[in-house]
Design a protein around this ligand. Structure first.
Ligand SMILES: Nc1nc2c(ncn2[C@@H]2O[C@H](COP(=O)(O)OP(=O)(O)OP(=O)(O)O)[C@@H](O)[C@H]2O)c(=O)[nH]1
Ligand SMILES: [Mg+2]
Length: 424
């Protein structure tokens, strides 16, 4: 679990190391990280499950390194192998293909490159075991039509780096190459673009069994950080102290914005005067993850639900008890009460997001605080190409309580048709 001082895993660049068995994936992972992340042995198929590790690597900063099982694993069926790799690719931001240069590139290496290309992932090809001498290696990459750098001929285009996990040759170069592939930060902030230096932002954080006394949950921590980085002040209160705090601040120190936990949105909505903008942590997180626009569009589907329709409730992780309670109990109840229909609910959590969504009339996703942008993006896109409406917890909660319009009021750029929106 991420502590207060750690970059949450959803915010880190995920680097996946792929290749055939024995190519030296685990050895290169250990060399790049300078740690014993994964077990190395000359037995083919030593790594049987993906190994994931969060760390800081210079010059990359906070990353998640993923060591993977060999792609040519003959112990599992071909289909399964590809499916397993696809799942890892869903959360990969940069891919590294490790090739044993004494054997050269093989057909399954090309299959991997095709998978990287299909997902438009930046990648680097590593010709490993360079200490064992020049053999078929580099010639082989060229022979397969793989061109180093920005070559103009057709074929795969990627930087090629020669390494030895044994002598350390090329490891620095590999790190620099990976850093250069790091996707430009096109990040949408949580809230800092909606406030000014000197603003007071009032945060409402109820104490409940999920965010008990003594701790703040991840979206709350991140929002506070974002507010103070913008040079504004964050005033944090429980819902029980909200009215009194607003009064004390008075007109001279009127908050520019109130951000509340979704669970007490209804109560807070009544307390905060209409001239003060109000939103929720989950709405902010959804926008930060690039999910809000689609979620606001998807919410219209709730009106169209019929008896017998199936709704998928999808969670990004398995360990946030608050989200678990909301997903398992509250959302089904809210949807049933709101629609008055007999709906069937199914729930998934963690990595288990079905690739076929066509059975569902609606997908309701969590805020995705533990997922990176690429994975959230993939999930949204996967729903939209299958024409399945997708929304998220925060948007749905706001909608069924008739407060969506107010909670997205600070985002006038969002297309939101009020006729389609809240029903009081
Ligand atoms: N000489 C030399 N041996 C290497 C190098 N990199 C890895 N090896 C050896 O190659 C063998 C396989 O290394 P691993 O790192 O376990 O390979 P892997 O790709 O993770 O293999 P699986 O987990 O089985 O898929 C081990 O005996 C390593 O010591 C290298 O650069 N040079
Ligand atoms: Mg391995």
């Amino acid at each position: 679990m991420a502590g207060l001082n750690q970059t949450p895993s959803g915010e880190r660049v995920h680097i996946g190391f792929f290749g055939r068995r024995n190519a030296g994936k685990s050895s290169v992972v250990n060399a790049v990280t300078g740690q014993e992340v994964a077990v190395v042995s000359d037995v083919k198929g030593t790594t049987t499950d993906p190994v994931t590790k969060s760390m800081e690597i210079l010059p990359l900063g906070p990353v998640v390194v993923i060591d993977t099982p060999g792609f040519d694993d003959s112990g599992s069926l071909g289909e399964l192998r590809v499916e397993r790799t696809r799942r890892i690719l869903e959360k990969t931001d940069i891919a590294v293909l490790i090739v044993d240069s004494t054997e050269g590139m093989k057909q399954c290496d090309l299959e991997l490159l095709a998978l990287f290309d299909e997902r438009k992932l930046p990648y680097v090809i590593v010709m490993n075991k360079s200490d064992l001498g020049e053999k078929a290696g580099e010639k082989n990459a060229a022979a397969w039509g793989v061109i180093s750098g920005d070559g103009k001929e057709s074929g795969f285009k990627a930087p090629v780096v020669k390494t030895s996990a044994v002598t350390g040759e090329g490891i620095e170069e590999l790190k620099n190459t990976i850093a250069a592939l790091k996707p430009a930060e096109k990040e949408i902030p949580l809230v800092s673009d909606k406030i000014k230096e000197g603003d007071i932002v009032l945060l409402v954080v109820p104490i409940d069994k999920a965010a008990p006394k003594g701790r703040l949950i991840l979206p709350q921590q991140q929002t506070i950080r974002d507010i103070i980085d913008a040079g504004a002040s964050a005033v944090v209160v429980r819902d029980s102290e909200l009215a009194e705090t607003l009064e004390r601040l008075g007109p001279s120190a009127r908050p520019a914005l109130v951000i509340t936990d979704s669970q007490v949105f209804g109560k807070v909505d009544k307390i905060v005067p209409p001239e003060i903008p109000l939103t929720s942590f989950s709405i902010l997180m959804a926008r930060h993850k690039g999910l809000l626009e689609e979620a606001v569009r998807g919410i219209a589907a709730i009106k169209k639900l019929k008896d017998g329709d199936k709704v998928l409730i999808a969670e990004g992780c398995t360990h946030h008890r608050q989200c678990g309670d909301i997903g398992r109990d509250k959302i089904p109840k809210w949807i049933s009460d709101f629609t008055g229909k007999d709906i069937q609910f199914e729930m998934t959590s963690g990595g288990g997001y079905p690739s076929d969504l066509t059975d569902y009339a609606l997908v309701v996703h969590c805020g995705g605080c533990m997922l990176n942008e690429r994975e959230v993006g993939y999930r949204v896109k996967s729903a939209s190409v299958q024409s399945v409406p997708i929304t998220n917890y925060g948007t749905l909660i706001a909608h069924v309580h008739g407060i969506l319009a107010r909670s997205i009021g600070i985002f006038p750029e969002l297309e939101y048709n009020r006729d389609e929106g809240d029903e009081q």
